[in-house]
Design a binder for this molecule. Structure first.
Ligand code: PEP
Length: 256
């Protein structure tokens, strides 16, 4: 499948880190380092940092995203943020289904599907996270898990809407652990996801979808991972909080 059809996307997931002032300072540091990126650059920051991130990133090639959204547009959901609210403040991207949301906040395939629906309806681009746990990999059911998670999340998503979906394959055992899937393991799963998209939509539609890898990607391993034919970018946690490390990952996309 032709990798040249897709512009890579490197997205940072800052998780629950940094205040607005720290956000502005880190983005100021990153801006010159990523200015000539050959990929799209996105930073998914905590809700309270979005305004500071947008102000700091204004006029640069850094786009700002959020880390979650609710499935309803508004209502009695104390503490939640809706997709139309994110759209209204100029956010373009939202992560949905991150394994930390699935594990600690009971996000299920069904709620992930509902959040995906809401985000697409609001006009956002979704970074849809899927991935198996260590025990699921050991049981040999990785393909089944990833196919099922992807299929349920995309139920009712049209081929036109799929153009605003990025899939991030994130093996749960590799997130924040320092363990990385080998380039072959990661590419194998990304290729399964692309094959599923071809089944659900068409080969052309599947070839257009950016499928990232995420899980302890860093400056040292990014080159090998990003050179794989079905890995079109990365969702980066820890390394996205360090300007030099994040920019080194972005520079690894130059070699496509
Ligand atoms: C993530 O949070 O999506 C992630 C991949 O984290 P890390 O890079 O720290 O493993």
């Amino acid at each position: 499948m032709n990798k040249a059809l897709r512009k890579p996307v490197i997205a940072g997931n800052w998780k629950m880190n940094l205040t607005p002032d720290e956000t502005a300072a880190l983005i100021e540091q990153m801006k010159p380092l990523v200015a000539d990126a050959a990929c799209d650059v996105v930073l998914c920051v905590p809700f309270v940092d979005i305004a500071a991130a947008q102000a700091a990133a204004a006029g640069s090639n850094i786009q700002i995203g959020a880390q979650n959204c609710h499935w309803a547009n508004s209502g009695a959901f104390t503490g939640e943020i809706s997709a139309p609210m994110l759209k209204a403040i100029g956010v373009g991207y939202v992560i949905v289904g991150h394994s930390e949301r699935r594990t600690y906040f009971n996000d299920s395939s069904e709620t992930v599907a509902a959040r995906t629906r809401a985000a697409l309806d609001a006009g956002l681009t979704v970074i849809l996270c899927v991935g198996e746990t260590r025990s699921e990999r050991e049981q040999g059911i990785t393909q089944e898990i990833v196919r099922t998670q992807t299929k349920i999340a995309l139920q009712g998503v049209s081929a036109e809407e799929l153009k605003r979906v990025i899939v991030a394959y994130e093996p749960v055992w590799a997130i924040g652990t320092g363990l990385t899937a080998t380039a072959e393991q990661a590419n194998e799963v990304n290729a399964w996801i692309r094959a599923l998209l071809a089944e659900l939509y068409s080969i052309d539609a599947a070839n257009g979808v950016v499928i990232q890898y995420g899980g302890s990607m860093n400056a040292a391993n990014a080159g090998e991972l990003l050179a794989q034919p079905d890995i079109d970018g990365g969702l980066i946690g820890g390394a996205s909080l360090k300007a030099q490390d994040f920019s080194a990952i972005i520079k690894a996309t130059y070699f496509f």
